[in-house]
Design a binder for this molecule. Structure first.
Ligand code: SF4
Length: 500
């Protein structure tokens, strides 16, 4: 018999169906820091007390029945309901939705937990609201729909509605045939404990750097030819990663020069480089960025609390953040963003509030508030403790209330899997300082061309169809298989052949 350590692993029995994804998405909203083990139809390896959830779909002649029994923390609740006109084969989406809704209600009753985003598990909540605004629905009607369909909490409905209202006129300005260019620099000085990106420490990657930069320049030249051939125009350029400023100034210059010499940048509305960590920012690099027309940078403290900075493995202090910010201001960037993270290990609502105050006092043009997300690849994931009793809800609420008072309005938002307390990430900006790239990548209405390892290209057709072309994840693969990788670019011509 398979002995389950039930305090760590939750056994879920799916009987008569395979709605594992839906079951797991809903269960995770109520049961944090857990691993689920799924069993299909055969319940013999488990005794009754080992079953956290028994989820059965039974199809009768006219109706589908859903039977559900959940045992949690010593409590047990059961329900049986008829799913309205729902055949799991032919009405898959409807069936999945009703199944999820019932499981959600049951877990809500059993645990007493309120899930801020309710049943909405998608990563782009604004996209649920924009079409309703476009249809001419009133705010009240939209809130009714969101509440009835997804059971979203009032405060989140307010937030997503406000974000959609700020974003809508800006999205309408997107020029025709325009594309974004994303340049990936997957290197960082050291790895933060919560990080799950494919980022490599600069020290480890030193050997690879010359080849990586050389080939990245080559890929940019290839993209430039495609852009010219297809008569596209570059709307935004975004250097992300990793930490692009972990490159030496001369490597940054090489990349920026390649872009300047090969692309027509006359229509660019936004040129952004993530300067990320203050320990990578120097006067020389800032001067190079400005020389090549970079207008927006992001300096990301994550927290202004020195203890918390230590906890996450950062090798700088909050004083260094202020110095970097003041230095960057001297270089006359028109848009400086600062990123924060709510829910970092060791942080408290009071300290987070003080971080907000300190960042607001610097007066950046925009502030992005992320919520801690723990993926398996992150070092912090292993202990699982960062998710338990994390006061993140209070911190997020504080930022939502405080930032608009200083003219920072929410303009883009996304959610991720495994975010603590199922919260969200929100970009706030002062009027006119919103990032087009951030909005468009979430809205998925503009093609993004990705260069460098771990970058992906997203080809968006006018009918909304999206084709994705991924580059290799790791620098050594990107370098070793560069020529094969570049062959994939033929797909771009193919897709555009039926757009133009
Ligand atoms: S700076 Fe960002 S990408 Fe780099 S290690 Fe930290 S979290 Fe990861």
């Amino acid at each position: 018999m398979n002995e389950l350590p039930i305090e760590q692993q939750f056994a879920v029995v799916l009987y008569g169906h395979t709605l594992k994804y839906e079951s797991e998405c809903i269960l995770k909203l109520f049961i944090p820091a857990t691993r689920f083990q799924f069993f299909y139809d055969d319940i013999s390896p488990l005794n009754k007390c080992q079953r956290t959830a028994f989820l059965q779909l039974r199809q009768g002649k006219e109706y589908t029945w859903f039977y559900c029994a959940v045992s949690l923390y010593g409590k047990r609740l059961r329900c049986a309901e008829k799913l309205e006109k729902c055949n799991p084969e032919t009405d898959k989406a409807k069936c999945e939705y009703q199944f999820s809704k019932m499981l959600f209600s049951l877990l809500e009753k059993l645990t007493g937990i309120t899930v801020p985003w309710g049943l909405l598990t998608g990563i782009r909540p604004v996209r649920k609201v924009l079409p309703l605004i476009e249809e001419g629905k009133t705010k009240e009607e939209i809130f009714n729909i969101l509440h009835n369909t997804y059971k979203i909490a009032e405060e989140k409905m307010e937030l997503v509605y406000k974000t959609a209202c700020v974003q809508k006129p800006l999205l309408e300005q997107t020029p025709k045939n325009s594309v974004g260019l994303y340049v990936s620099i997957p290197f960082c000085p050291t790895r933060c404990s919560y990080c799950s990106f494919v980022s490599h420490s600069v020290q480890q990657a030193k050997k690879l750097m010359p080849d990586y930069i050389r080939l990245l320049c080559k890929e940019l030249e290839i993209w430039a030819k495609i852009v010219k051939d297809l008569k596209l125009s570059i709307d935004t350029v975004y250097f992300g990663g990793g930490t692009p400023t972990s490159l030496e100034a001369y490597d940054l210059q090489k990349l920026l020069e390649t872009i300047q010499n090969n692309f027509d940048l006359s229509h660019v509305r936004e040129y952004c480089v993530e300067a990320g960590r203050p320990d990578t920012i120097t006067a020389e690099k800032l001067a190079v960025l400005r020389e090549y027309g970079v207008e927006r940078i992001s300096i990301n403290p994550q927290t202004m609390n020195d203890e918390v900075l230590k906890n996450i493995g950062r090798c700088h202090t909050s004083a260094d953040i202020i110095d970097s910010y003041n230095l960057a201001r001297k270089y006359d960037f028109s848009n400086i963003n600062m990123d924060l993270i709510a829910g970092l290990p060791g942080d408290t609502p009071e300290q987070f509030h003080s971080t907000l105050e300190k960042v607001i006092a610097l007066s950046p043009d925009s502030i992005t508030v992320h919520t801690l997300t723990l993926k398996r690849a992150a070092n912090l994931y292993a202990d699982g403790m960062s998710q338990i009793n994390n006061p993140v809800r209070e911190m997020v609420r504080d930022s939502v209330n405080m930032l608009p008072k200083y003219d920072y309005l929410p303009y883009y938002m996304y959610r991720q899997k495994n975010t603590i307390d199922n919260q969200e990430n929100v970009g706030y900006a002062r009027a006119g300082k919103e990032s087009f790239y951030n909005m468009l990548i979430m809205d998925e209405t503009q093609t993004i061309l990705g260069a460098g390892c771990a970058a992906s290209t997203k080809l968006v057709e006018p009918n909304g169809r999206i084709t994705r072309v991924h580059n290799y994840k790791f620098p050594y693969e990107y370098i070793a298989q560069f020529d094969q990788l570049m062959k994939k670019k033929e797909q771009v011509y193919e897709v555009y052949s039926h757009i133009i």
